[in-house]
Design a protein around this ligand. Structure first.
Ligand SMILES: [Ca+2]
Ligand SMILES: [Ca+2]
Length: 299
């Protein structure tokens, strides 16, 4: 859920609020190149092998007040035979802000579109089963001119977590490494280290330790007061405002684990030795009794 919110937050980063006052109605024909091979997963790792939601180009054609968006993909969307597709388009014109949410799954097919001022509009969609999804709808006013667009595609699993995403315009992410998963005990001081290998220093860091505590140090230490599994998130921003993110898991066991562990171990060994001696004595007694009986019967 947190990762989904981060994804949505990244989309909103591109929110453009400036409006200009142009009122001349004119037709527009624009093409936006996104390129292939830039689909990423929820940890922002690239997956060039995922082609069926990979946006390559977006053709924007405005004729009168009718707008057609052709979203070209690197492979046929029909190969998404048993999964869910989410398509989100944010379109900013000189006068309006539009949001189009398209959901497809085997269970339901639904599209909703609105201006961000809640005025709902009708959208026709076609192109499913091809590598070109087409959205057609009428702008509120013929005079609206293109200003900005954000298009994202996502393949989601049954639990509706985003497994793969592509977005236009391309996101720039910092290369951030939060290190390996960690284990520790309650109260133990655990060291964290952030590594950034791209972008423009200086960087700002924020570690969210998953227990409500945060640190703004690059290499903080932190101790946990309860056992459990904690999802730790590292956010980094460079001097140009480009962001990066990485995750790791910390598993915290019982407090004083080493001391108790050794103590229990020793106790266990003592117990086992005692039982062995006891069993040995019983076996010895039984052998002696059998031997005595053997001799008694022989006589
Ligand atoms: Ca792409
Ligand atoms: Ca992209």
């Amino acid at each position: 859920m947190k990762r989904k919110m981060i994804f949505l937050g990244l989309v909103l980063v591109f929110f453009i609020s400036t409006l200009n006052g142009s009122v001349v109605a004119e037709d527009e024909e624009l093409t936006f190149n996104d390129g292939a091979g830039d689909v990423f997963d929820e940890e922002f790792d690239k997956h060039p092998e995922v082609k069926d939601i990979d946006i390559t180009t977006i053709d924007y054609t405005k004729t009168g007040k009718t707008l057609t968006l052709d979203i070209n993909l690197a492979d046929d969307i029909k190969k998404l035979s048993s999964i869910e597709l989410v398509l989100i388009v944010y379109l900013y014109t000189s006068e309006q802000e539009y949001q189009i949410l398209y959901l497809y799954s085997q269970l339901f097919e639904n599209i909703s579109a609105s201006t961000l001022e809640e005025e709902f509009i009708d959208v026709d969609i076609s192109g499913f089963n091809t590598n070109k999804l087409t959205l057609t709808f009428d702008l509120i006013n013929e005079s609206e001119l293109y200003e900005d667009i954000i298009v994202s595609t996502a393949k989601a699993d049954i639990a509706q977590t985003f497994a793969y995403t592509d977005i236009y315009p391309n996101e720039e992410f910092l290369d951030v490494d939060a290190g390996d998963d960690k284990e520790g005990d309650v109260g133990e001081s655990i060291s964290f280290s952030a590594a950034v290998t791209s972008g423009v220093p200086p960087y700002t860091y924020e570690w969210d330790f998953g227990d409500g505590e945060i640190s703004e140090e690059q290499n903080p230490t932190h101790s946990y007061s309860e056992e459990g599994t904690y999802d730790v998130t590292l956010y980094v921003m460079d001097d140009d405002g480009i962001e990066g993110i990485d995750f790791l898991t910390v598993t915290i066991g019982e407090g004083n684990g080493n001391g108790n562990g050794n103590g229990n171990g020793d106790d266990g060994d003592n117990g086992s030795s005692g039982i062995l001696v006891f069993v040995g004595l019983i076996v010895l007694i039984v052998i002696v009794v059998i031997a005595v009986l053997f001799f008694v019967f022989k006589k």
